[in-house]
Design a protein around this ligand. Sequence first.
Ligand code: ADP
Ligand code: MG
Length: 188
Amino acid sequence: MDKTVAVKWMQCFDQRVEAEKDHLSELDGPIGDGDHGANLARGMAAAIEAISSTEQSAAEVFKPVSMALISKVGGASGPLYGSAFMGMMKAEQAGQDLAGVLEAGLEMIKKRGHAQVGEKTMVDVWHPVVEAVKQGQLTNDLIDQAVLSTKEVVATKGRASYVGERSIGHIDPGSYSSGLLFKALLES
Ligand code: ADP
Ligand code: MG
């Protein structure tokens, strides 16, 4: 990935998170603790600040983003997003293509969160997105469908698993924010 695309991607994601931070926290209310939007907005603001303009590559852009997300977001999603960007940085350094880079991010999330598809986590968006990018078929519609697909699922991982069956009928907040990440990618 071109360095300028990586920077634009992060800026677009930051803008989308900032614009939807209340909505993200509202999604986190009934099945979590209502902090996802505030957490991620704080983390992405720090990430944008940490990108200095001296970076020479996408990998060098992903590194400060990863560190900012790990140290500033908190909650479950901070370390998960932070690990994803660490995996993407390494894949970029190894010269992988976009699908390979995103897949490396997904693998880090699965490893760190011990989550599989179908457990009402961000993995439910990352997985179909990676598959779509492999086939060159990522669209906003596909992202929306993946996010919406988490609604009727029972959460078995993370804080939402505490409410069990009562998580049905609510979109997973981390899936929604991952949807913003991939829409920002399409935009950039
Ligand atoms: P917390 O749940 O600690 O308050 P956030 O509200 O910031 O953290 O993030 C919650 C999101 O993190 C969930 O919506 C889900 O998508 C994601 N998540 C939580 N646990 C896991 C996990 N084990 N694996 C993958 N994603 C997870
Ligand atoms: Mg929360």
